[in-house]
Ligand binder design. Sequence first.
Ligand code: ACO
Length: 325
Amino acid sequence: MSVVRSVIRGCGSYLPAGVVSNAELAKRVDTSDEWIVERTGIRQRYLAGDGELTSALALKASQSALAAAGVSPSDLDLIVLATTTPDETFPATATAVQASLGMTRGAAFDVQAVCSGFVYGLGVADALLRTGQGTNALVIGAEVFSRLLDWNDRTTCVLFGDGAGAVVLGTQPGQGTTNDRGILATKLHSDGRLHDALYVDGGPGKTGTTGHVRMQGKEVFKHAVVNMAGVIEEVVALAGLTLQDIDWLVPHQANKRILDSTAKKLGIKPEKVVTTVDQHANTSAASIPLALDVAVKDGRIRPGQLVVMEAMGGGFTWGACLVRW
Ligand code: ACO
């Protein structure tokens, strides 16, 4: 049966210039390199400069993804930008990227699913492309998450960083089998009852301020492993495949211990897990496309291979996307 598939034509990423090591952070808050590395695997993070906006990071990642794909902005029909740190409350930051790229047609909007945003964005863009909204879509995950941090709260401020990653999706006909290139299955979830475990204590409606991240770390950890392992199994089964078929797991980079525990629970070998949390820390919606770009550029992810991307974030939201590269 002939079907339409959304194929990843290229990817790109961008990190701001400012690198902050754990040791440098320890000069600002009561923490240590030893504690951060042991509990999280994080060694450094990139932080955006004053006035450096999500749209600026997103634009650079998008230009790099478009160049890798050989697609020009005028060929794009859709921009979906996943972010928790929009430039303004409105309009959508995606429209700022659209204007900067010089794209004057199609549609651009943001999705908000915190750390799961990139997986949500892929799911939405894939569905729109397959139902005739267009031929080419740019899906971006971009954050200046540092703006949401309480720099006096050592239990959260050591965990996060800023950055952006993007992929270009293009439609192509497939046979409707798991041998097709492109997105083979996506599964999304949320559970709004778990708000208090991870949220920001501000917003335009409640306080008129941006607010800061508040988190019950142990609660998040526990749910993260169960939810992410569960949704990986679901998405693989949805496509009619097994975990043994998977070549690469590209997880949301929250914490090395979460990555390791999830892979162990599923019996996935550590060498199949793309890990960048040591270098990038948790960049929320940007973390998956940043990790993806690293593993594509260094030649690990190759055409024809099966890649699972998965994430969990505030909400809680969680999801996974299975792609044949
Ligand atoms: N430096 C030094 N000590 C610290 C720090 C720090 N940065 N933060 C906390 N501590 C102390 C605590 O005060 C506590 O001290 P106490 O025993 O004297 O009370 C001690 O370290 C242990 O604290 P715990 O909270 O029990 O540490 P835990 O092992 O649970 O690790 C962590 C904390 C790293 C936050 C962990 O719970 C975690 O990773 N949770 C998941 C959170 C996450 O990834 N959130 C990201 C958003 S959601 C997502 O992306 C999936």
